[in-house]
Design a protein around this ligand. Sequence first.
Ligand SMILES: Nc1ncnc2c1ncn2[C@@H]1O[C@H](COP(=O)(O)OP(=O)(O)OP(=O)(O)O)[C@@H](O)[C@H]1O
Ligand SMILES: [Mg+2]
Length: 240
Amino acid sequence: MRAPASDLPLTLVEAQIVAREVAILDRVTLTITAGSPTILIGPNGSGKTTLLRVAMGLIPLSSGRITWGGRETSAPTKAAITFQRPTMLRRTALANVRYALAAAGTPREKRQERAAELLTLVGLAELGGRPARRLSGGEQQRLALARALARDPTVLFLDEPTASLDPHATKAIEDIVRAVSARGVKVVMSTHDLGQAKRLAGDVVLLHRGRLIENAHPAEFFATPRTDEARKFIAGELLV
Ligand SMILES: Nc1ncnc2c1ncn2[C@@H]1O[C@H](COP(=O)(O)OP(=O)(O)OP(=O)(O)O)[C@@H](O)[C@H]1O
Ligand SMILES: [Mg+2]
């Protein structure tokens, strides 16, 4: 289950996205390697979602370079992403996961069992028969994670997966992140929860106004931030 050499390291060199004459990603240089999760933090609008979408190959750069295991031309081969506001198919929760399994090439006869396993993994075993669009925000977020895992990714991008979850569900997601990470899946995840960043991160990336401010080990980042922005952010004083 190690991320294939073909996708990692993921490197960004002076990566820039300009939208309406504003650099929403401003010359970001970053290398993402296999190992513990990379956690993206930063105020609202700092570029976390944009960076995840770029890393997934969903939006092209205005300038700069991105490479996946040295390849510049194609997106990662075995990656999955979940969004802050997931879009559910107009079907049951279980059918949403079955659909993702079908799309990932899982043989038909294995889909039902695997879909049930994935729902159990994210704590939705009881809700498989519910229309997915009727699930609560937190339940939909967990369903999105189950669908992402259906692809058996080796790189998993998660955009604020615990943003609308209660403490119990948050812990469940963190446990899943740890479990998949221990199996060799590279997780790249954004969060506003600094405690979560401390708990999960192999490295922390702080963004502010599209710029990469710091990329450091969490112990180092939280104990001895090198920049003024990081010190303010940790103190809750860095505004958009
Ligand atoms: N397609 C677009 N066109 C114009 N501006 C955009 C576009 N996409 C994003 N932006 C802007 O880029 C900035 C970064 O957005 P992004 O969604 O990456 O931030 P974020 O760090 O994920 O914020 P949040 O914590 O609120 O999720 C924001 O100011 C946003 O309005
Ligand atoms: Mg975002």
